[in-house]
Each structure stands twice: as structure tokens, then as C-alpha cells.
Design a protein around this ligand. Sequence first.
Ligand code: NDP
Length: 254
Amino acid sequence: MTDDTLFNGVLLAVFASALATVLLLSWVDAPYGRHQSSGWGPTIPVRLGWVLMESPASLVFFYFYFTGQQAFQLVPLLLMVMWQLHYMHRSFIYPFQIRVKPGARTTMLVIALGSFYCGINGYLNGTYLSHYANHLTVDWLTDPRFILGVMLFGFGYYLNKRSDRMLRELREQNPGAYQIPRGFGFNWVSMPNYLGEIITWSGFALASWSLAGLSFVLFTMANLVPRALANHRWYRETFSDYPRDRKAIIPYIL
Ligand code: NDP
């Protein structure tokens, strides 16, 4: 099998598994966080779970990126930095920032599947940027797709990180409990951190103009839209005073 055949085969498999994921998560809530439940096999500490799950997206990306002939060209380098800004944080900083409920653990099956996907995602995007993306020359810096993509990435990144920080602050006020988050993106939706994540990777896909980037946005949506709907339902069932006009993930729409 050639490298090209492998790359295209994996890409196709990710598009197919995004479809399978959205179908599966429409009737099963992934067992972690507020939907953690027994009966899903062994569990591990929450922080360790995050590191193991997310770090392949950073490390595997690095490996494949630096084996490509375009690794030291300006535009691929910028996109590599954007990717790693998110993933170095998510893998090695975020797990030690979250306020974990005392004794909370997470399901190993979720971590194993997430880790496998993150490795595949790192392979696809790292490989694409430095092996295949011939259009990412310095001229691309002034292309509207790159400019708009970087702006979306920045906005999504801010929305995601600030919303996650607000949740941490809530947990600090009341350790071990869930409360109704209020303010900023929570005025409109229950899960502004998820909305920020989807905007971040839509921006990356646009800025890199790649099917690898698109596969990641679709996979992220396949994971986060059903989860946002489940969390929104959970908020409404748990808090009788939950704001009635707040949507799950898309302001005014969903
Ligand atoms: P959640 O919003 O469910 O939880 C984030 C943290 O905040 C957890 O520590 C959680 O605690 C705590 N928390 C959540 N709601 C409340 C509340 N109402 N009151 C107090 N504390 C609260 O997000 P996820 O854990 O699902 O995801 C974390 C990050 O990872 C997000 O930024 C998300 O976008 C990203 N992500 C990306 C995916 C992708 O496919 N790209 C997939 C999954 C996540 P607890 O754990 O106890 O519930």
C-alpha cells in the first residue's frame, strides 16, 4: 500500500466514523462527567484520562508533520502552531486546571476510543500540512479563506477557553457540585465551550482548506452536538429555574 492510499483510506474511514458516531451518541450518552455510569468496564483517574486521550493529537501530529518536506515553510508552520496551541494546552495544561469532583473517575473505554481517534487526527492533519498541501505558499497568507479561518480560530479558541474557565470557577465556589452557569456565552447556550470548539476547528479547516481539517470539524460536531443536547436536557431536568430561553449549542436555533 502506498502512503497516498493509506492517507486517503484513513481519511475516508474518519468521514464514515463521524456518521457512525453521531448515530451512536444520539441514543447513548458517553459515560464521563455528568453522564458517568457503572457498567462500562474499568475506570481511571479523570486527569490521567485527559492526558492519555488528548496527547496523541499533539505528539502524533508533531511526528508526521516533521517528516514532511514542507515542515519549515511559513504557512504550514503557522497552522502547526495553531494546532499545537490548542492541543498542548488540552493535553498537558487543561487536565491539571479542571476541578475534579472528589473521587471522580472516567471510563477507560471512552479514553481508549478518544485516544485512538486523536492519534488518527494528528496523523491526518500533520501529514496533510507538511506532505500534501501544495497550496500553502506565502501567497496563501492574503487569501480570504486563510484570513477568515484564522479569525474564526481565534474567536472559537477564546469562547472555548473562557467558557471552560467559567465552569472551573463555578466548581471552585461549590466543590463537588453542579450549578447553573451564567454570563458570557452561557446567556445564549448551555454549552458555549462546545460551540467554541466547533468554531475553532471550522476556522482551522478553512485556513488550511483541507479535507483532513474538514474531517475533524465533522467528527467534533458528531461528538459535541449530541452531547450538548444531552447536557441541555440534563440541566433542564436538574434545575427547575434553568433559563427557559437558553438553547443547547446554537444561539436561538438548537
Ligand atoms: P463539560 O462542560 O461537560 O465539563 C467541563 C468541566 O466543567 C468539567 O470539569 C465538569 O465537571 C465541569 N462542569 C461542567 N458543568 C458544570 C457546572 N454546571 N457546574 C460546575 N462544574 C461544571 O465539558 P467536557 O468535559 O465534555 O469537555 C471539556 C472540554 O473538552 C471542552 O472544551 C470541550 O469542547 C472539549 N472536548 C472536545 C471534544 C472534541 O471532539 N473535539 C470532545 C469532548 C470534549 P465534571 O467532569 O464533574 O462534569
